[in-house]
Design a protein around this ligand. Structure first.
Ligand SMILES: Cc1cc2nc3c(=O)[nH]c(=O)nc-3n(C[C@H](O)[C@H](O)[C@H](O)COP(=O)(O)O)c2cc1C
Length: 245
């Protein structure tokens, strides 16, 4: 008989609880000055990084900005928008540049005494081949040509095989972590607003963001105050977006 560890068990959260949490989240633009305890921030970040992510390479990083002086400098960088007056802003960064270290970290942090051979082989050989695009993307270019021919015979993954595709690769996983982060704060009673309304050049300077990191959004976090939500909820009819096959 197969034995199951708790890790393998299906989730037990009730659909109603999950619906309640997701439905209660709105983009909030007005916050009180109340600080968010570091323990809450840490708890939410722990849940953020439980997001599914490509090959478990966890291509993300987060800058937690609580310092009032730095927040004040960020406000004009965020086009002086209301949401950016929050007592906490988290810069959510996609990291197409960290896969090499992550391949090593998988081996280092493997949660069992022995790293299975297939895992070692994947992160030492397959993944580096898959993600290395070489200087100026030259290797990616050659991989694309090779794939074009090889894929005539059988289905093959076509990407990421360029620096542009690596950016998309990292952004996908990081966006999932950002959503986890928002829902986690929501579960603690804090509101959030994702923001892409910022001057990226000034943001990079202000936060000393590494050149290859991609700031996908800034997350404003705080206690919602009156008129914090600007508009009623609006979503298009589901039929408009869904095809049942
Ligand atoms: C990637 C992204 C960027 C956003 N940027 C901003 C922003 O800069 N300022 C803002 O007030 N809201 C911003 N929003 C919030 C959206 O306007 C909001 O999510 C949308 O109108 C739907 O409203 P709801 O989240 O309350 O359901 C952003 C949302 C996302 C996902």
């Amino acid at each position: 008989m197969t034995s199951f560890r708790p890790d393998d068990m299906p989730a037990q959260a009730s659909p109603a609880a999950l619906r309640g949490l997701i439905e209660s989240r709105r983009a909030v633009r007005r916050f009180s000055a109340e600080a968010i305890p570091d323990a809450v921030i840490r708890d939410c970040l722990e849940l953020a990084v439980l997001a599914p992510n490509s090959c478990n390479l966890q291509p993300w990083s987060f800058q937690v900005i609580r310092d009032p002086a730095l927040l004040a400098r960020l406000h004009p960088v965020c086009m002086s928008q209301n949401a950016a007056k929050a007592p906490l802003i988290i810069a959510v960064l996609a990291r197409p540049d960290t896969w090499r270290q992550a391949c090593q970290d998988i081996i280092t942090y493997w949660p069992e005494p022995e790293v299975p051979a297939r895992i070692r082989s994947f992160y030492r050989k397959t993944a580096p081949f898959q993600y290395n695009q070489g200087p100026f993307g030259v290797l990616g270019f050659f991989k694309r040509q090779l794939l074009r021919v090889a894929a005539l015979r059988k289905p093959l993954m076509r990407s990421p095989n360029s620096h542009a595709q690596m950016a998309i690769w990292a952004v996908k996983s990081t966006a999932l972590a950002a959503q986890n982060l928002m829902l986690a704060f929501q579960s603690h009673g804090y509101a959030t607003c994702p923001m892409e309304g910022f001057d990226e050049v000034r943001l990079r300077k202000t936060l000393a963001i590494p050149r290859q990191a991609i700031p996908i959004m800034l997350l404003a976090v705080g206690r919602q105050t009156e008129k914090g939500v600007y508009n009623p909820r609006l979503r298009f009819p589901l039929e408009q977006h869904v095809t049942w096959l």
